[in-house]
Design a protein around this ligand. Structure first.
Ligand code: NDP
Length: 342
């Protein structure tokens, strides 16, 4: 059994963009099996999930969640294998999902509800429980199904379309008979979204850096206007989408990554919400645990049967986590960003 655990702690809060010195690598011993308290489970992480929400937690500002404390292991979803257990429901060798954080090994209190979940890897790869069949997949499912409520024949647009959330949104909307248009950064990402994921069209916002040009491309791709918009980015993309929304359209406000490092993301014409009688609803997936069973059942079936495609960007080794995270905030990832730890 591994005896030494490597961990990334938050060393300082970013001023604007995240820098490597915001993180510090430390070591801690792994407790031996006979040192565990009742209910404790030791998990060797196989993958760490890197997610945009972590950027918000690094700030000490008012938000929907408490800030990440300085000097403590960075928060993060993990999947791995049980190495030792003093809990009757978990046995050595079980594959599990939890919030193990940016470290190689975690000691979890499995008596805490939801802290550790056993996962079945017979038909679904372990890493997918951090992506399409995990938190990002459920996020896509909630925003699309519960907020946008897509109907066959409607047009749905999603930004950050090649990513962990966006790729699921588009495939679920296609399965419900919608015309689906993605927005992504770069020709490669757009080609993947259309050719591999089956979207009807994708607009490369980097090829249309000015609002007029982007709007023209969006108009051409949405001849019937837009009924549902799944927002992951904000800024120029949201402004252009608002101009194309049909009356009584629905917008799921999921993320605004264009502003996560402090960039201003003004909205040019909020009156369009009124004029078009739009429903605009923000949501945080962790506040909707009630949809998890229904959402993961559909997502799990689609992934297990190969009907839902996904792509991963995998950084190797715990030491690569800060750089991979900084890359995620600049669009360097192509699909779900993970760190492989074993
Ligand atoms: P992705 O896998 O989509 O990765 C992030 C992507 O965002 C990048 O690949 C990049 O794609 C895009 N991006 C990064 N920076 C910018 C920028 N400055 N301007 C425009 N696009 C940018 O991440 P996720 O799928 O995990 O997350 C997508 C969104 O969903 C995020 O906004 C996240 O915060 C949000 N989210 C919200 C949740 C909730 O409960 N509300 C839960 C989970 C996620 P590209 O190269 O195409 O621009």
């Amino acid at each position: 059994m591994t005896t030494l655990n490597h961990q990334w702690v938050l060393a300082s809060r970013p001023q604007g963009e995240v820098t490597p010195d915001n993180f510090r690598l430390v070591e801690a011993p792994v407790p031996a099996a006979d040192q565990l308290a009742d209910g404790q489970v030791v998990v060797r992480h196989h993958y760490l999930s890197l997610d945009p929400y972590m950027r918000g937690r690094m700030n000490d500002s008012k938000s929907y969640a408490e800030p990440q404390p300085l000097g403590q292991v960075m928060i993060g979803g993990t999947v791995g294998e049980v190495m030792a257990s003093k809990h009757p429901r978990f046995a050595v060798g079980d594959k599990v999902l939890g919030m193990g954080g940016w470290q190689e090994v975690s000691v979890m209190d499995a008596n805490v509800r939801g802290a550790l979940t056993k996962v079945d890897t017979t038909h679904i790869p372990l890493s997918a429980y951090l992506g399409s069949v995990g938190m990002p997949g459920v996020t896509a499912w909630y925003g699309l199904i519960k907020i946008i409520g897509p109907k066959a024949g409607e047009t749905v647009v999603v930004s950050a379309a090649s990513g962990a959330v966006g790729s699921v949104v588009g495939q679920l909307a296609k399965a419900r008979g919608c015309r689906v248009v993605g927005v992504a950064g770069g020709a490669d990402k757009c080609q993947y979204v259309v050719d591999e994921l089956g979207f009807d069209a994708c607009i490369d916002y980097k090829a249309h850096p000015d609002p007029k040009s982007f709007y023209a491309a969006l108009k051409a791709a949405t001849p019937q206007g837009i009924d549902g918009y799944f927002e992951n980015v904000g800024g120029m993309i949201l402004d252009a989408v608002l101009l194309r929304m049909n009356a009584f359209g629905r917008i799921a406000m999921c993320g605004m990554i264009a502003g996560y490092e402090g960039q201003p993301t003004p909205m040019q014409n909020p009156a369009l919400i009124l004029v078009n009688r739009l429903k605009v609803e923000g949501f945080i997936v962790s506040e909707h645990p009630e949809v998890w069973p229904e959402a993961t059942k559909e997502l799990g079936t689609l992934v297990a049967t190969g009907q839902m495609k996904f792509r991963e960007s995998i950084a190797q080794g715990l030491s690569s986590a800060p750089e991979a995270f900084m890359g995620l905030l600049k669009g360097k990832n192509f699909g779900k960003q993970l760190v492989k730890l074993i």
